[in-house]
Design a protein. Structure first.
Ligand SMILES: [Zn+2]
Ligand SMILES: [Zn+2]
Length: 267
């Protein structure tokens, strides 16, 4: 902690240690336990540039303290979402380990997007600078892309292990061989044209079947995500209900105490 404090005093308290701009221009993230403060976007960029995205490897880039949790200004835990948006036409799938559940990732992103919506509303009410709101908008777009990628990766993974897809590819190879050898024996232009048409039709049918498998996988992913979201909402409702019960019990207790005390006071 001593090192943390000395580094903190070296940096200006109200500036982001990464971009040196004033902290007030964007959302703030506070790292625990070192309590160093950064722009949310700046420190996220640091986290996501780590070679592996493992929780145990999250460190403060200022003091290298291993982090327990990153919080926003209100002390609410900020969820880290796996950086997996498409780069060009390719998703950086190699960085995603199988242990990461894509459905869980989707729901985490969904929660973060809800929070961003609230952040934007509060920023508008609080008359924050344009830069502050633009930063929220950028983050929203980034997370939306990331959320879309979870589905793409799920479909890709499903297709890669699907026995139906394997069968479709095997049938296609066989068909191509048969058509190729038929081409060697046909003589007339009409016969060749008919064969060519057969090849095109078969290829179209193959693409359609493949798309069907992908559609089913997408549907499955959406159902899993909807179920996970509903389960999370139910958990939250239970927690909120318990909190309400607790506060009612506290209110009742304090009312009782007041009633017991009042007669004494009135005397
Ligand atoms: Zn910054
Ligand atoms: Zn630190």
């Amino acid at each position: 902690m001593a090192t943390c404090n000395s580094v903190a005093s070296a940096a200006t308290e109200d500036n982001c240690p990464i971009c040196f701009d004033t902290l007030a221009t964007k959302r703030i993230l506070i790292l625990h336990p070192c309590m160093h403060r950064f722009h949310h976007t700046c420190i996220m960029f640091w986290f996501e540039s780590r070679p592996t995205f493992e929780k145990s490897e999250f460190t403060c880039c200022l003091c290298r303290t291993v982090l327990k949790r990153p919080c926003d200004e209100k002390g609410e835990l900020v969820m880290l979402t796996y950086p997996m948006e498409e780069k060009g036409d390719k998703i950086d799938v190699d960085r995603i380990r199988n242990t990461i559940s894509l459905v869980k990732l989707w729901t985490v992103i969904s929660g973060s997007l809800d929070k961003l919506k609230d952040d934007k509303k509060n920023a508008q009410i609080g008359n924050k600078v344009d830069e502050f709101i633009a930063d929220i908008d950028e983050e929203t777009v980034k997370l939306q892309e990331r959320q879309k990628s979870t589905e793409i990766v799920f479909v890709r993974k499903t297709l890669s292990v699907s026995s139906k897809v394997r069968k479709l590819f095997a049938e296609r190879r066989l068909r191509q061989r048969i058509i190729a050898s038929a081409f060697e024996v046909v003589r007339t232009r009409g016969q060749k044209r008919a064969l060519e048409q057969k090849r095109v039709d078969a290829e179209e049918a193959f693409e359609k079947e493949m798309e069907g498998v992908a559609v089913t996988a997408r549907k499955e992913f959406r159902q899993l995500c909807a179920a996970a979201l509903a389960a999370a909402a139910a958990r939250n409702a239970t927690a909120a209900g318990q909190a309400r019960q607790r506060s009612r019990a506290v209110a009742k207790r304090s009312a009782q105490t007041n009633n017991e005390q009042q007669p004494k006071r009135s005397r």
